[in-house]
Design a protein around this ligand. Structure first.
Ligand code: AMP
Length: 186
């Protein structure tokens, strides 16, 4: 059983680590970015509303995300644990998550903050070649991260839920480090 939030800038390796940890522990990896990209591909109502924000590297409006996360965390596979990757991304989202978790009688065990220097992030993201990975959009996403998401680091640190990890290492090294940090819980 584990309930984890992965926090960090785009390109920090959250998705890669979340995927392998979720698989190892048989819990869902809930990536709001993946859910949104899926919705865009399928051109659902959500996808149509989200697309232009994503293409510009802006955050999708909170209201669109909150409904989606509430629905996902209420699904039965999330009862035994989850890894949230890319959510929350604003203080409003974090406050909403607090209320939602208390409603469904769940607690987050740890918020893992992945730390990676900007120049490494830009190089990694350029190499990834996703549609929203042009240099201009990448730089904007990093700015949006600093302004809107980075305040969550202090938010969770003050509640003693934060653990930080050096994400500027190989995938295996980060994976091993994560295992050590989370061992008491997962
Ligand atoms: P990601 O794959 O997490 O980098 O997300 C890709 C894009 O989806 C972001 O640049 C945002 O436009 C959007 N997105 C994903 N998660 C959120 C969120 N929690 N709040 C707002 N927008 C989000």
């Amino acid at each position: 059983m584990a309930r984890l939030i992965f926090l960090g800038p785009p390109g920090a390796g959250k998705g890669t680590q979340a995927q392998s940890l979720a698989q190892a522990h048989h819990i869902p990896h809930i990536s709001t970015g993946d859910i949104l990209r899926n919705a865009v591909t399928q051109q659902t109502e959500l996808g149509k509303k989200a697309q232009s924000y994503m293409d510009r590297g802006e955050l999708v409006p909170d209201q669109l995300i909150l409904d989606l996360v509430e629905e996902r965390l209420n699904q039965s596979d999330a009862a035994s644990g989850w890894i949230l990757d890319g959510f929350p991304r604003t203080i409003t989202q974090a406050t909403f998550l607090d209320q939602l978790l208390s409603q469904i009688h769940q607690n987050c065990d740890y918020v893992v903050n992945f730390e990676v220097p900007d120049e490494i992030l830009v190089a990694r993201l350029l190499g990834r070649g996703r549609k929203d990975d042009t240099e201009e959009v990448i730089r904007h996403r990093l700015e949006v991260y600093r302004q809107q998401t980075a305040p969550l680091i202090d938010f969770y640190r003050e509640r003693q839920q934060l653990v930080s990890i050096d994400g500027d290492q190989t995938i295996d090294q980060v994976n091993q480090k994560l295992g050590q940090i989370l061992r008491p819980k997962v």
